[in-house]
Design a protein around this ligand. Structure first.
Ligand code: NDP
Length: 247
């Protein structure tokens, strides 16, 4: 790629594995340069880095914990310095610590809220200022059907994902007149490392309850994210798009 070839820049939290990784690859194929972060698994982060090179995209993989506001700000600044203005931010970093409420520790509650909800706040807080100055940009957050419907054993996770929905809709109302769109996807059961931790019987039951009768692929969520970010979705903001096979 020639140095004067301008590609839009996408920033993705949790881009080393699962849905975030599929989003990174899909957006690279759509013509974006990619800056993604991960929390600690260097080996996993090396995979999308290699795959992204093959697409012609520039890529930056940065080890940043999204619970660290200062670290996220530094990652955003470095991305804009190295690659140019961020056109799109996707917040995919997330964790589970499933337990019935009575057995849940304060640590398990706070880890999930800090990562899943504060993490989204930190990324959006850092990208929205430069986007507002340019009066352009798009944000796609990753919620979950669990944030809309609730799920036994996931009070912490469901609360964080419902918070993401309310956050995204509110931010969409704040920044829409300045040319910035904010949308969320709400995936159902998606085949990734996160869902691999579930018992097979639980996965079978959920798949059985979906209209399509199967779990989804990370690439199917990535397609929805790419659509919401694209020029085909210019009149869509504050939306929560289920990507759940009809669960
Ligand atoms: P994975 O466990 O496969 O991947 C999680 C990614 O997030 C990894 O890149 C991980 O990096 C990163 N990450 C986790 N914690 C942090 C942190 N504190 N700071 C920075 N990066 C972090 O998860 P999925 O791809 O399955 O999930 C992605 C998103 O989709 C999550 O928000 C999840 O809640 C949501 N979702 C997933 C569903 C599913 O069925 N899989 C269903 C509905 C929603 P590292 O490896 O270095 O820790």
């Amino acid at each position: 790629m020639s140095a004067d070839h301008i590609r839009p820049v996408a920033l993705i939290s949790g881009g080393s594995r699962g849905i975030g990784r599929a989003v990174a690859l899909r957006l690279a194929e759509d013509g974006y340069d990619i800056s993604f972060c991960y929390r600690g698994d260097e080996q996993a982060a090396a995979n999308p880095e290699k795959e992204l090179t093959g697409t012609g995209a520039r890529s930056l993989a940065v080890r940043v914990d999204v619970t660290d506001a200062e670290g996220v700000r530094a990652w955003v600044s470095r991305t804009e310095k190295d690659f140019g203005p961020i056109a799109l931010a996707v917040t995919s970093a997330g964790i589970t610590r499933d337990k019935p409420l009575l057995m849940m520790s304060d640590t398990e509650w706070h880890e999930v809220l800090d990562t899943n909800l504060d993490g989204v706040y930190h990324v959006c807080r850092a990208v929205v200022f430069p986007m507002l100055k340019r009066r352009a940009g798009s944000i796609v957050t990753v919620s979950s059907v669990v944030g809309l419907q609730g799920n036994a054993g996931q009070t912490n996770y469901a609360a964080s994902k419902a918070g993401i929905v309310a956050f995204s809709r509110s931010l969409a109302k704040e920044v829409g007149r300045r040319g910035i769109r904010v949308n969320a996807v709400a995936p159902g059961l998606i085949d990734t490392d996160m869902s691999a931790a579930l018992d097979d019987s639980v996965k079978d039951q959920v798949a059985e309850r979906t209209a399509l009768g199967r779990a989804g692929l990370a690439t199917e969520v990535a397609d929805a994210v790419a659509f919401l970010a694209s020029g085909r979705a210019t009149y869509i903001t504050g939306a929560v798009l289920p990507v759940d096979g009809g669960l």
